[in-house]
Design a protein around this ligand. Structure first.
Ligand code: NAD
Length: 419
């Protein structure tokens, strides 16, 4: 019996089973590695603008505390439930361990469509969520960050709420804050930049000419837009993007800075151009060199995996590819180079870690240093993944997750089981 359910948790558990079999982890150790340490469920009541009261369900799951505090984003989306949050927390653990951060994984969220409430209601909900979480979080216990549906402003409200209760400013309680409130230079761009950096690296290794290459991006939020911007800067044509409102296609390449200005003003790509509109369902299977899913999990299933026409699959989103699709990708690994999510989008948590370190030390770095160190960590983890995959003849996802799982397992085993 477990309180965690749903397709996303089932997927995280299934993936872990593959890794545990590959690493020959004994049956009695598996639950200790997989099952989250703590899950918190809360009700967040707020006053609506019309004077009525609305109650939203919120969650936080802390996967393990073996290596240090837990770390992970906060998602505001209608789909959020305990199982989804638990799966995302588990993936964060393998990701942090893969890139060598002193964190366990966590994730949280509220089941709400942030676009369907006013800014005032969003602030009330964000503050109430953090207030309810105060007994369970702390700069050395659990550090939150943004995820889908949250942003720098929400992180500033979280930090302010926590600080008001402590009676002093505690910037290190969350990362992904505005630079004006203790954030780091380069955090906003970090995840998308990391995705583009690794995609470029793979293209160079595959001898793909960047100036002749194309990219397609699903999701044009924080991750998707900055990935698109850097890929375009590297010389690629970003021929299609989509978001919750629709999709755009232009064979000569879309104007990404103009599209980013449009979404900043209007909240989505809708209204940018009626001529360039295309079918959002065609996005993932378009012919391109780099495909970046940067929206939801489980969008690439077995059927889509068969139809993919990209050379590099750079997973910006968490969990975009189902285990069924992984089996297909394994058969197609000579055609499609997979950069798995826990590596590909790890630039975000890497730079969040830098933000936490800077806040703790009150010593702030230049953006150039942030980026240099981010790329150094990503490149090292990439090398380790590729070497491991070649050595054992396993897919990239298996290699990357196994490195993460092994590190958590080694820490648990050397610390022992209390009492
Ligand atoms: P965001 O809220 O900034 O953007 C999400 C984007 O996805 C929006 O453009 C939205 O319109 C789009 N979208 C939603 N549903 C869609 C659909 N059905 N089809 C197409 N597009 C859709 O979120 P984000 O921070 O960019 O996160 C995106 C993904 O990246 C998530 O899986 C998140 O967990 C992951 N991620 C984010 C970070 C980070 O630093 N923000 C770090 C690592 C991983």
């Amino acid at each position: 019996m477990t309180v965690y359910s749903g397709p996303v948790f089932a997927m995280a558990a299934k993936q872990f089973g593959v890794i545990a079999d590959y690493l020959a982890i004994p049956a009695d150790e598996r639950d200790r590695l997989l099952m989250p340490k703590r899950a918190i469920t809360i009700s967040c009541p707020i006053h609506r603008d019309d004077g009525s009261i609305a109650v939203f369900e919120g969650y936080r799951v802390q996967h393990h505390l073996t290596l240090g505090p837990t770390k992970g984003g906060t998602r505001f989306a209608p789909s959020v439930d305990l199982g989804e949050v638990a799966a995302l927390a588990i993936w964060m653990s393998w990701k942090c361990a893969l890139v060598g951060l002193p964190y366990g994984g966590a994730k949280g969220g509220i089941a709400v469509d942030p676009r369907a409430i006013s800014k005032h209601e969003l602030e009330a909900l964000s503050r109430r969520y953090m207030q309810e979480m105060i007994p369970f979080v702390g700069p050395h216990v659990d550090v939150m960050a943004p995820d889908m549906g949250t942003n720098e402003q929400v992180m500033a409200w979280f930090m302010d709420t926590y600080s008001m209760y402590q009676g002093r400013t505690v910037t290190e309680i969350v990362t992904g804050k505005p630079v004006a409130s203790g954030g780091t230079l380069g955090r906003r761009e970090a995840t998308g930049r990391g995705v583009a950096h690794l995609a470029k690296r793979v293209m160079n290794e595959l001898a793909i000419d960047l100036s002749d290459a194309t990219a397609v991006i699903q999701g044009f939020g924080n991750v998707g837009s900055y990935a698109a911007l850097d890929l375009q800067r590297f010389g690629l044509k970003v021929i299609a993007v989509s978001d919750h409102s629709g999709a755009l296609h232009r064979a000569e390449g879309l104007d990404i800075p103009a599209l980013m200005r449009h979404t900043a003003e209007h909240g989505s790509i809708a209204g940018f151009s009626s001529e360039l509109q295309c079918d959002p369902d065609s996005i993932l299977t378009m012919e391109c060199d780099v495909l970046v899913p940067a929206a939801m999990e489980r969008v690439i299933d077995g059927g889509i995996a068969q139809q993919l026409r990209c050379r590099v699959l750079a997973e910006g989103a968490n969990g975009p590819t189902t285990p069924d699709a992984d089996l297909i990708l394994e058969q197609r690994q000579d055609e499609i180079f997979l950069i798995p999510d826990i590596l590909c989008n790890s630039g975000g948590v890497v730079v969040s870690y830098f933000e936490w370190v800077q806040d703790l030390q009150q010593l702030f770095w230049e953006e150039e240093e942030v980026m240099r160190r981010e790329y150094q960590i990503l490149d090292r983890a990439f090398d380790q993944m590729v070497i491991r995959a070649k050595r054992d003849g396993v897919p990239h996802r298996t290699a990357a997750m196994a490195i993460g799982v092994e590190k958590v397992r080694a820490a648990k085993n050397t610390r022992g089981l209390f009492p």
